[in-house]
Design a binder for this molecule. Sequence first.
Ligand SMILES: Cc1cc2nc3c(=O)[nH]c(=O)nc-3n(C[C@H](O)[C@H](O)[C@H](O)COP(=O)(O)O)c2cc1C
Length: 179
Amino acid sequence: MEFAQLLESRRSIRQYKPQMRISEDQIKVMIDAAIQAPTWKNSQTGRYYVAMSEDAMNFIKNQCLPEFNANNCQNAVAIIITAYETKRSGFERDGSPTNELGDKWGVYDLGLQNENLVLKARETGYDTLIMGIRDVTKLRERFGIPESQEIVSVISVGVRENDPPKPNRKAPEDVTKFF
Ligand SMILES: Cc1cc2nc3c(=O)[nH]c(=O)nc-3n(C[C@H](O)[C@H](O)[C@H](O)COP(=O)(O)O)c2cc1C
């Protein structure tokens, strides 16, 4: 798929087709795309926990997401918890932050990685919804996510049931100053 078409056709999808499937290998293709993103000193601190069984996905939907988000990922084929190892990206070898942003660089890197992931999903025939409203305590406990990692978003993966309209975007002039 052309890059422009990929960018244009990716949407947050809140209704997935029933009875679809995905393999671990297909998920790995998406995660490999994520790993290709640039990261602070190539630190690659993004981590992924992939729920694919009914049991694991139901736990996330029923226990870790608000009702509206859970409803939006009915028929998802996978739900990916995204996290990053803290105190590495944006930090010196002695453990001190390189500048005022500290661990925000880890979030920055994970965002770059996750954009690659959702675009690769789209390219390979799947769609996604990034969710920022989730219960990290329950996710951490159920999936054994160590305290050294910060849990950021949960991303549902599925096959779109419909083509939602594109939410408005600002124009480059709205967000840019040239000097
Ligand atoms: C960090 C982040 C958190 C988000 N959290 C949610 C969420 O909890 N629930 C939801 O329905 N959409 C969520 N979204 C999706 C946004 O609403 C969506 O990306 C935005 O409206 C633009 O629409 P588009 O993705 O179709 O271009 C989130 C997106 C991002 C990047």
